[in-house]
Design a protein around this ligand. Structure first.
Ligand code: DUC
Ligand code: ZN
Length: 461
């Protein structure tokens, strides 16, 4: 089967140009500047006139079927990956977790089992390390062999590792060629503030969530991570980075010569902490950690994206229903933390970023496709429109608008943080390895995703 997509603008991370893409079975067979030459054979011709053709988007930060805060996320792999593909995300990387007493292999096995629920986009797994011993250290090499080449460490929550463990893990990952993303927040500072706010009437306020997780707590943890990574001589990733103070710590580390990557998420680019001050319990819809910050911070993040100081925009998709959120009525500490996002990321970044001139479409390609592919060992199979790459393609129509609403979404969350938001584009067609799988936000073919064995980060950003 050969498909020719013609007449559109092919978007790359450095330049875009009018061109055509010939798909043959799962791969991109040819890329032409302008129209395909006379006589190019295809079973189907798709007219993309006036549209943008992006390499499939990669979301390197999802939590599907995660048991957390005494409950389980609303989306599992089945609904989560359908939501992903409908929104133009052809690859997700989910966080497998080594729970108490488990080996990394057990954690990985559990996550692959979860994926048996069905996967509608390709997927990889990062491994969250929560316990450290000789055996786990050995298993870091096994993980690399299994194609799980990136890890996750928490500096807060009950999944956290202490500084000694974190440093040992960094040194071990240096040996095996792994890379880790780190959730940076100072646990002690947050614990003390939460205790204080829970001791009076502030326990019932949603706004206590952000007041007890200040930007300083994030920046301090980033600072600590930077120095540990410098000493261990290893690149690291600061995941879901939210504010200027944290970015300043990354900038300082880079000035010292370190390689540091930063990820942010749409919720930190679009909203301010004022969402937590909405009437009643409305703010619970936005509770996530780290929390949403100030307007000054959102402006800083957009500029940092444009300037290449932030490498990726993922979602931290961790969805709950309103009923699940209500567990925190009367006690802000019990609101499960997380927001849905995997379905709306590309539309939001296009609308707020590209259509409003904050970033270019090439920047969007870089932070949603190419950089995550490079950072997480998928490049050039994914993340680029090039001959030989997987035919993961998104045709984005910038001439059609869409109002986002929970009523239309595929996520099992029953609300949308972006309810009523007008998207300046439609993800008209999504191809996964050559197969059309979604159209205008609806899934046309499900469960065709495969597990991706990834290479190690080879220093290619
Ligand atoms: N933050 C959240 O809000 N949810 C899931 C995990 C995380 O780091
Ligand atoms: Zn997360």
């Amino acid at each position: 089967m050969k498909t020719l997509i013609t007449g559109g603008i092919i978007v790359g991370s450095l330049r875009s140009y009018p061109g055509s893409v010939l798909i043959e079975s799962e791969k991109i067979a040819r890329v032409f500047g302008g129209d395909a030459p006379e006589g190019t054979e295809a079973d189907e011709i798709v007219d993309a006139l006036g549209k943008l053709i992006f390499p499939g988007f990669i979301d390197a930060h999802t939590h599907f079927d995660l048991h957390v805060a005494g409950t389980v996320t609303a989306d599992d792999f089945y609904s989560g990956t359908k939501a992903a593909i409908a929104g133009g995300t052809t690859t997700i990387i989910d966080f497998g977790t080594q729970y108490h007493g488990e080996t990394l292999m057990q954690g990985l096995g559990n996550w692959k089992k979860k994926a048996e629920a069905g996967v509608s986009c390709d997927y990889g797994i990062h491994m969250t390390i929560t316990e450290w011993n000789e055996g786990v250290s050995e298993e870091c090499r096994t993980m690399m062999d299994e194609g799980v080449t990136s890890f996750k460490l928490y500096m807060t929550y009950d999944t956290q590792v202490d500084d000694e463990t974190l440093f040992k893990i960094l040194r071990r990952l240096k040996e095996v060629g792994g890379i880790t993303g780190v959730h940076c927040e100072n646990d002690g500072m947050i614990a003390a503030l939460r205790q204080e706010y829970a001791s009076d009437e502030r326990i019932g306020l949603v706004s206590s969530h952000y007041r007890t997780r200040p930007a300083e707590a994030e920046a301090e943890a980033v600072n600590r991570l930077m120095y540990m990574a410098e000493q261990a001589d290893i690149p690291v990733i600061v995941v879901h980075m939210t504010n200027r103070l944290a970015l300043d710590e990354i900038r300082a580390a880079r000035k010292r010569g370190q390689t540091v990557f930063a990820e942010t998420c749409p919720q930190y680019l679009l909203f301010t902490y004022k969402v937590y001050e909405k009437d009643g319990f409305e703010g619970a819809k936005y509770v996530c950690a780290p929390p949403i910050r100030s307007r000054e911070d959102t402006d800083t993040l957009w500029k940092a994206l444009k300037d290449g100081e932030i490498q990726t925009v993922s979602t931290d998709h961790c969805s709950f229903t309103l009923e699940q959120k209500r567990a925190g009525l009367g006690d802000f500490r019990k609101i499960p933390g997380g927001v849905p996002g995997v379905e709306t990321r590309a539309a939001l970044i296009y609308t707020e970023g590209v259509s409003k001139g904050r970033i270019s479409k090439e920047d969007m390609c870089r932070v949603l496709s190419e950089n995550p592919a490079r950072l997480y060992g998928l490049y050039p199979r994914k993340g680029v429109i090039r001959e030989g790459s997987d035919a993961d393609l998104v045709i984005l129509d910038p001439s059609r608008k869409k109002v986002l609403s929970a009523a239309d979404q595929l996520s099992r969350s029953d609300y949308s943080p972006y309810e009523g938001y007008e998207s300046a584009c439609i993800l008209e067609k999504v191809y996964l390895r050559g197969v059309p799988v979604a159209e205008d936000g609806r899934v046309t073919r499900e469960n065709t995703g495969v597990f991706l064995k990834r290479n190690g980060y080879g220093g290619t950003i």
